[in-house]
Write a protein that binds this ligand. Structure first.
Ligand SMILES: [Zn+2]
Length: 274
């Protein structure tokens, strides 16, 4: 059985960025594991830190169930301050996850993404990037070996982003978008915060407000999230020239990691999706 490990800095990242692909892999029989890096204790509106953390953790369980995720692992760092954590420490946690769960594919934010405003995303992605090669070494983090773990090589790195530096693969997720939307909508606490920020932006805007826009930000976020995710998936599929009506998720996929060039020279197929 193949394993997909998703490094999700926050509760909602897994569903929103790669939920369709995760649901597809789970349906194909893969073991899908989501590792949440932070505790999301600051992402809500009108709640305490404790209540925010509690709700976001519970809603992640709901989203994971909708996607067919086998296990949620909590790294429990304080949200919105991952940049205060040592990169060496964070990388060690990622190496540990790779050696423990031995995933064929790891899904993560792209450390070279364009226009990424969230430092938790950046730092988590950078830690994963180094962990890919370091997990194969047999000297770093010897405490892992004392636990019985072994060095491990991840075959495929699947990067997602708000804006990829380069997209070389679009996964056809037609048939799995309903699960993605359900998982995305499970994050009610975070969505309430997003809608609140949208209302603040509408209030700040001094131009004409399109009809229905204010109402969309004031009602149940479900239809808005669903429409946004479906439109995004349709556009991604269209740009990749998938057949009419198909839906896709965009990735930069690296097979054989930093050794891809060597493998290609030897005749291995390094192109994703093949
Ligand atoms: Zn996030």
């Amino acid at each position: 059985m193949k394993t997909a490990l998703v490094i999700s800095p926050h509760a909602d990242d897994a569903a929103l960025f790669c939920g369709g692909t995760l649901a597809k892999r789970a349906a194909e029989g893969w073991r899908v594991i989501v590792a949440r890096v932070t505790n999301d204790k600051r992402d809500s509106v009108g709640l305490t830190f404790e209540e925010t953390a509690r709700r976001n953790a519970a809603e992640l369980r709901e989203a994971a169930e909708a996607l067919g995720v086998a296990e949620v692992v909590e790294l429990d760092y304080n949200a919105e301050s991952l940049a205060d954590v040592s990169q060496v420490e964070l990388r060690g946690r990622m190496v540990y996850l790779i050696r423990k769960y031995r995933p064929y594919a790891v899904f993560s934010f792209d450390p070279f993404a364009l226009y990424e405003p969230n430092l938790d995303h950046v730092r988590a992605a950078q830690a994963v990037e180094e962990a890919f090669w370091m997990a194969r070494f047999d000297l770093p983090y010897p405490e892992h070996f004392e636990e019985g773990l072994k060095p491990f090589a991840v075959c495929e790195q699947w990067y997602f982003a708000r804006r990829l530096p380069e997209c070389n693969h679009v996964e056809d997720v037609t048939g799995y978008m309903e699960q993605k939307v359900a998982a995305g909508c499970a994050h009610r606490t975070m969505l309430a915060n997003i809608l609140n920020q949208c209302r603040m932006l509408v209030d700040a805007w001094d131009g004409p407000v399109p009809e229905g826009a204010r109402e969309a930000f004031e009602s149940d976020p479900g239809p808005l999230v669903g429409a946004f995710l479906m439109q995004q998936a349709a556009q991604t599929a269209q740009e990749a020239r998938l057949e009419e009506g198909r839906l896709g998720e965009a990735y930069r996929v690296v097979r054989f990691g930093d050794m891809a060039g060597v493998f290609e020279a030897l005749g291995f197929e390094v192109t994703p999706g093949t």
